[in-house]
Ligand binder design. Structure first.
Ligand SMILES: *[C@@H]1O[C@H](CO)[C@@H](O)[C@H](O)[C@H]1NC(C)=O
Ligand SMILES: *[C@@H]1O[C@H](CO)[C@@H](O)[C@H](O)[C@H]1NC(C)=O
Ligand SMILES: *[C@@H]1O[C@H](CO)[C@@H](O)[C@H](O)[C@H]1NC(C)=O
Ligand SMILES: *[C@@H]1O[C@H](CO)[C@@H](O)[C@H](O)[C@H]1NC(C)=O
Ligand SMILES: *[C@@H]1O[C@H](CO)[C@@H](O)[C@H](O)[C@H]1NC(C)=O
Ligand SMILES: *[C@@H]1O[C@H](CO)[C@@H](O)[C@H](O)[C@H]1NC(C)=O
Ligand SMILES: *[C@@H]1O[C@H](CO)[C@@H](O)[C@H](O)[C@H]1NC(C)=O
Ligand SMILES: *[C@@H]1O[C@H](CO)[C@@H](O)[C@H](O)[C@H]1NC(C)=O
Length: 705
């Protein structure tokens, strides 16, 4: 207890115990509502992941979400960022998820905390810290003692931090729901009986945390009671929880889709998103969460994969930079207002009943009616994907366009139709930020050691990349030396490298001989180039690069990266003699020397290297660092960096990584259309744009960077 004296008035701040008593929020549920402080509620939520933006952006994003009619903000917790090294935690600055949840609370919104700690999220390694992979005896996401111990320690730590900050609803905080694991039902069968016992253990772990709010598991049709199973997808109107007492929840309504390098840009129309939302509430939905409400950016090397792009815009109601994506934001806001208008009836309280009537195959009238108050809230849906419908509800006649839902009071007054978008489309124009006549300098990546074959350790086999780098870098050098005696055989030969991907740069005797990479749908490849060898010792230096580690699927954590096992071969021109180098002595070095020297950080960038002047940046040399400076653009608009002209790499602003760039990854020229028909079921192949263009040319520079 402490007192503050301001202008002679005493303000008495309460102790934790008193606050808990006075401000506690109770969260309960039945099949028709989330019951908050005894009041049956329909909850509209949206995902905003704190590391997909910056702490400076959080209050504005949350405010725009609230203005958009949301009741709650949902986020995952990103284990890899918080525990990059085992038992060394980081919750500072942009990783301060407690502050994020406090911002949500201050805005008057609830929070949905999806701890996971496996999160998928198209995030590097699904959010697992990569050191997990190397713990002796570990198997991830199954009934394995080593994994369960780590998951328990981390989950308990997160819950304890939230408790200490008073963030759970019964403590007066914003968190009304918590999630354990994530979409395990998709992969459970691969783990056999151990998958079942793991899920039971997850449930016990969750319940043992005593957080006083319901726990959920998404896509888990065997979720053990009282854990509530929930639905993720584009549509969840047909979903039924596995327990008739559980509320029907749509934890991920995919408002668009993510993009990989080389892919076109996906769009999901707002008419279709609104249709999915309205159909869900028409059919007894209780909580609906947009995935994503703000997608944001995969800063640094957080993009998963392989090949997940830096922008994680997701065609969300708030675009990558946090601006309103219209008409999506505004049309959904209107829908939320109408759903909220019907909230009392939708929760079936005080004797409200629901009835359904079919008009042919595709038209359905659903009426929520309270006979005492003589009020009705009605949904009239037409699920046909091309035929509009005329329905006579006597007295009113209603036209319901194909693939749309009308919301009506008293089944008489149409308040809203999901296909009738009255909000204007907006377009953001990119303006050059003042006089940008940039002067670039460059320096070559220091490779004196690695081109000499000098690494930090040796092995007589070709090792798997992530097990060696443990996420410290995208890069691993594989180096070996071969002695050539008979030049008559090897005078004209080629080097062949079989790699699981994702990028390979090859050097022989210090000479660069070539680069190759996979594609988003085929990561592994065979590199083959003719080379010149010499009598005596020849040094082969292979630099393997990864572009995000797998984040999804059964055993995704075991997916190989790098040249693992090879083979790496020398092939004589006669093509009858080959020399398999796979069991030679290989030397290894993790990461680039420029990374170790922090050449990307202005505080260190003169660290023992010479920066050369260039009139333009395309020197055409691989493995080059480029540097320039510019004045912070005025005002407060989003800052966007156009990296067209560069090839592939990572970019930093004042030492903060804005992510990987790869503007030479051009999307296929076919499959885009100007017209996008919202009718019919959505799939990520529908409504694409950006054909023949770089998948990503523009990169977000947050103001705080
Ligand atoms: C239900 O009825 C009670 C008693 O008439 C009333 O106090 C309460 O506000 C009603 N609840 C709702 C959600 O309408
Ligand atoms: C832009 O800046 C360059 C270099 O600072 C200068 O030479 C040029 O005159 C400037 N142009 C304008 C329009 O201000
Ligand atoms: C690796 O092997 C090379 C060649 O045998 C040797 O010169 C070097 O010292 C070894 N490096 C380490 C780190 O053991
Ligand atoms: C390349 O390696 C893969 C395993 O990573 C193997 O299946 C394939 O047969 C190899 N190809 C050649 C040509 O060695
Ligand atoms: C070397 O071999 C390649 C095929 O592996 C062939 O295309 C090339 O002409 C040869 N060059 C010489 C100088 O023999
Ligand atoms: C060697 O022969 C194989 C099979 O005929 C062919 O695919 C490959 O390209 C040849 N390699 C070289 C270096 O000539
Ligand atoms: C930029 O660099 C490329 C490669 O060195 C060169 O071909 C080109 O002429 C240069 N352009 C200018 C304007 O200097
Ligand atoms: C920029 O500032 C204006 C005026 O203060 C404000 O209305 C606007 O929302 C701000 N924009 C951003 C992106 O913060």
């Amino acid at each position: 207890m402490f007192n503050l004296r301001i202008n002679g008035i005493f303000l008495i701040a309460c102790s934790t115990l008193l606050c808990a008593i006075t401000l506690a929020t109770t969260v309960d549920y039945d099949a028709n509502a989330i019951i908050i402080n005894g009041e049956p509620r329909i909850i509209i939520s949206g995902a905003i992941h704190y590391p997909h933006s910056t702490s400076q952006m959080w209050p504005d994003l949350i405010k725009k979400a609230k203005d958009g009619g949301l009741d709650a903000i949902e986020t995952y917790i990103f284990w890899d960022l918080h525990e990059p090294v085992r038992r060394q935690y980081d919750f500072s600055k942009d990783l301060d998820f407690i502050k994020f949840l406090k911002n949500v609370h201050e805005a008057g919104l609830y929070a949905v905390l999806r701890i996971g700690p496996y999160v998928c999220a198209e995030w590097n390694y699904g959010g697992f810290p990569m050191w997990l992979h190397n713990l002796p005896g570990i198997q991830l996401r199954t009934d394995n003692a080593v994994f369960k111990e780590e998951m328990k320690i981390f989950t308990t730590k997160i819950v304890t931090m939230c408790k200490e900050a008073g963030l759970f609803a019964p403590q007066g905080g914003p968190i009304i729901l918590a999630q354990i694991e994530n979409e395990y039902g998709d992969v459970m069968s691969h783990y056999g009986e151990a998958g079942n016992s793991y899920i039971n253990w997850c449930a016990e772990l969750a319940l043992s945390q005593n957080v006083g709010i319901p726990w959920i598991m998404c896509k888990q049709s065997n979720a053990p009671s009282p854990i509530i199973n929930t639905c993720n997808g584009y549509y969840c109107d047909d979903f039924k929880p596995n327990n008739p007492k559980s509320p029907k929840m749509f934890t991920e309504n995919w408002v668009g889709w993510f993009q990989k390098w080389g892919e076109k840009r996906p769009h999901r129309t707002v008419e279709d998103v609104a249709f999915a939302v309205a159909r869900f509430f028409q059919n007894g939905g209780v909580l609906q969460n947009y995935y994503m409400y703000h997608g944001g950016t995969n800063f640094g090397r957080t993009a998963g994969g392989p090949y997940i792009m830096t922008a994680y815009d997701y065609d969300a109601p708030l675009d990558e930079y946090g601006n309103l994506n219209q008409p999506k934001w505004g049309h959904l806001k209107r829908l939320h207002d109408i759903i909220k208008f019907g909230e009392t009836l939708l929760t079936l309280t005080n004797g409200t009943t629901v009835t359904e009537k079919q008009y042919g195959d595709s038209v359905q009238l659903t009426t929520y009616e309270n006979k005492d108050t003589r009020t009705k809230f009605c949904f009239l849906s037409n699920s046909h994907n091309s035929k509009d419908a005329q329905v006579d509800l006597q007295p009113g006649k209603f036209n319901v366009p194909a693939w749309s839902v009308s919301l009506l009071t008293d089944c008489r007054n149409e308040l809203f139709n999901t296909a009738n978008v009255e909000v204007q489309t907006n377009n953001y124009v990119k303006k050059p930020a003042g006089n940008l006549s940039l002067t670039w300098t460059w320096t070559s990546e220091p490779v004196e050691d690695t081109l000499q074959g000098v690494g930090t350790f040796n092995a007589s086999e070709i090792l798997e990349q992530k097990a060696i780098t443990v996420g410290a870098s995208d890069y691993l050098w594989y180096m070996t030396t071969i002695l050539i005696n008979d030049m008559s055989i090897w005078k004209n030969s080629s080097l062949q490298v079989n790699t699981t991907g994702h990028v390979l740069h090859a050097y022989v005797n210090g000479q660069y001989i070539g680069t190759q990479w996979g594609t988003h749908d085929k990561l592994d490849f065979i590199f083959e180039k003719s080379i010149s060898l010499k009598q005596g010792a020849n040094i082969i230096s292979l630099l393997s690069g990864t572009v995000g580690h797998a984040h999804y699927g059964a055993l995704f954590d075991m997916a190989n990266t790098g040249i693992v096992g090879g083979p790496v071969k020398l092939i004589a021109s006669s093509n009858t003699t080959t020399l398999d180098l796979s069991k030679s002595s290989w030397s290894y070095k993790v990461g680039l020397n420029g990374e170790a020297k922090k050449l990307y950080d202005p505080k260190f960038s003169s660290n023992g290297v010479q920066w050369n002047q260039v009139s333009n940046v395309s020197t055409g040399k691989p493995m080059t660092w480029y540097k320039t400076s510019f004045k912070t653009p005025e005002h407060n608009e989003s800052v966007v960096l156009d990296l067209l002209g560069l090839t592939k790499g990572e970019a930093w602003i004042n030492g903060h990584s804005i992510g990987r760039y790869w503007p030479t990854m051009i999307a296929d020229t076919n499959g885009c259309s100007d017209k996008c028909d919202y009718r019919g079921r959505y799939g990520a192949e529908k409504c694409l744009s950006g054909c023949g263009e770089p998948s990503q040319r523009f990169y977000h520079v947050p103001r705080s960077f």
